[in-house]
Structure formats: C-alpha cells, structure tokens
Write a protein that binds this ligand. Structure first.
Ligand code: SAM
Length: 293
C-alpha cells in the first residue's frame, strides 16, 4: 500500500506510477488477501435495496466486478479511480469476464458526478488517500441519492496490524532512508482514528454513522510473499534503489521476519479494520465545514 503523502499531486503520481504498477503486478496475491473484505461489501450490497452502486478507489476492479456480477442486469456498478494502470487492468478484466461494470478515470474528491445518481457508495481501502477528506465525502454525498448507504472498509492502526508493518520494521536497520509513515496524512492508516472518521463523515453531510471494528482472517500463498513484501508499502517504494547486495540481504531479513505468519504453503494474518457505515440524510444537511479535516 501507499505510504503517507500529503498532496493530491503526490497521490496521483504514486498511483499512476510506483504504487499503481505494484498493485497491478501483485493483483492476484492482493485479491486473494483481501477477498474476505470484498465478500463483506458484496454481502452489504446484497442486503440493501440499491441497484446503482459506486465503488470508490476501485483499483484493479475486483470488488467492482463482484458487485456487478451480483447485480446482474437489474443494476450497475461503476468504479472510480485516479490510477490509469489500475483502471486499464480493471477494464481488461471486465472485458475478459464479460462483466458489465464501467469505470471512470478521475479524482473522486472533485469529479462532477451526476447528482443523486447512486443508491450505494462502497469502497475497499480506496478512501484514505484524499487531500481533503471532508470535501471528498461531501462530493460522494452529492453523488448519492437521499437515503443512500455508504459502506467502506479501512485499516485500523498500524499497531493493530503488525503484519502490514513487518517489512518496514525488519528492513529499517538496513535501509536508513525508508520513508516514515505520517499518522493522519493521506495513506493506508489515515483512518486509524475512529473519532476522526466519524468527524469527517459528520462534517461532510452523512448521517447514521456506524463504525465497527472487524478482525478478518486473510491468507496469501507463501509463493507470493516475497513478491508482495518487495513491491508494496514503504519498502516497495525504495527497495529498487538499493544495490544488489543490500537488496538480497533485505529480502532475506524481511522474509525471515514473516516466518510467524507462514503455515506451510499459506501465509495467514488478521486484518484489523473498521467497517464503516453511514446514510445520506433525506433532507440533505449542508456540509458543516468545508475546511480540510
Ligand atoms: C489501496 S488501493 C485499493 C484498491 C481497490 N479498492 C482494492 O481493494 O483492490 C487504493 C486505491 O484508491 C485509489 N485512489 C487514491 N486516491 C484516489 C482519489 N482521490 N480518487 C479516486 N481513487 C483514488 C488508488 O488509485 C488505488 O487504486
């Protein structure tokens, strides 16, 4: 995942550059890892009555396509993302599978959605990267019809997700230039603080906010582990800059640090996340504060 970066420009650059390519290259491993979270979102769509679903930060499209398959001809699922490489992969996948999902290449924070055009807005890890969170969620509120449901999954804190930070902790002594994560800046753990998420949603005009901790068992194949740990996160961002000797040493050290998670051919870990729900009020409340969160 991307580490913390401040500006929209930086996020656009990351997701159209290193991070976007890393997600495309690791797509199969990541989709297996996060399938249980996708299933929870698909269940939420299935339990609701919405037929027009927006998937924010849809990436390579696994969740968008799963929802589109569920809705079939009686609905539609649209994915929006700022990453061209990830959307190219998503579109190719939709075509290959002959699943009628559609995709928008734009920044969800500012995109001029048709007002009230979605019954439900969902996201798997795609809403923690905005430069201005209140503005982004107010924009999503406008895209949603009155009474529409918002439902997304976001990471809790790094300390509750040791698997996610194993690589950088193990590599730090060997790579002094590893970029540090900045709490609260756009990035993987920007929504770690439940009160902050609540405040952002309230200020952007959402109602019935419900934020629950979920601990979800996830797996990936052991043979995909080195690819995963060398491409993603802070380590993935800078490992290619290291000389061959350091690179080999880092990979050996980091792979050893993951040993407690390896069970034969399978790697197992728990994803400590928030399942966030909210509703678009029937009489839309104006956003209370347009300032950045
Ligand atoms: C961690 S990935 C998750 C991708 C996908 N939801 C999944 O679970 O496979 C975050 C995604 O959010 C997208 N993203 C980041 N900022 C965005 C923005 N402002 N508007 C739309 N998409 C954004 C990235 O390009 C990336 O695809």
């Amino acid at each position: 995942m991307s580490v913390a970066h401040q500006t929209d420009d930086e996020q656009t650059k990351l997701w159209n550059g290193h991070s976007g390519r890393a997600w495309v290259e690791t797509q199969q491993v990541l989709d297996q890892m996060f399938k249980p979270l996708e299933d929870l979102l698909v269940e939420a769509v299935s339990a609701g009555s919405g037929h027009r679903v927006l998937d924010v930060g849809c990436g390579t499209g696994s969740t968008t396509l799963a929802v589109a398959r569920l809705l079939g001809e009686k609905g539609r699922c649209v994915g929006i993302d700022i990453s061209e490489p990830m959307l190219t992969a998503a579109r190719a996948r939709a075509e290959r599978e002959d699943t009628p999902a559609s995709f928008i290449h734009a920044n969800a924070q500012d995109h001029a959605f048709e007002p009230a055009s979605f019954d439900m807005v969902i996201s798997r890890f795609g809403v923690m990267f905005f430069g201005d969170f209140v503005r982004a969620f107010a924009n999503l509120r406008r895209a949603a019809r009155d009474d529409a449901e918002l439902r997304f999954v976001a990471w809790r804190s790094p300390s509750e997700n040791p698997f996610m930070t194993t690589a950088e902790r193990a590599a730090a002594p060997l790579l002094p230039n590893l970029p540090a994560r900045r709490p609260d800046a756009p990035g993987q753990f920007a929504f770690a603080d439940q009160r902050r998420v609540h405040r952002i949603l309230e200020e952007s005009g959402w109602d019935e906010i419900d934020i629950r901790p979920i601990d979800v068992a996830c797996t990936l194949p052991e043979k995909g582990l080195v690819r995963y740990l060398t491409r993603l996160g802070p380590l993935g961002l800078i490992l290619h800059e290291a000389d061959d000797r350091t690179r080999t040493q880092v990979i050996e050290t980091v792979r050893a640090a993951f040993e407690p998670y390896v069970h034969g051919a399978e790697v197992r870990f728990t994803a400590a996340c928030w399942m966030v729900g909210a509703r678009a009020p029937s009489a839309p409340a104006e956003p209370k504060d347009a300032a950045s969160a």
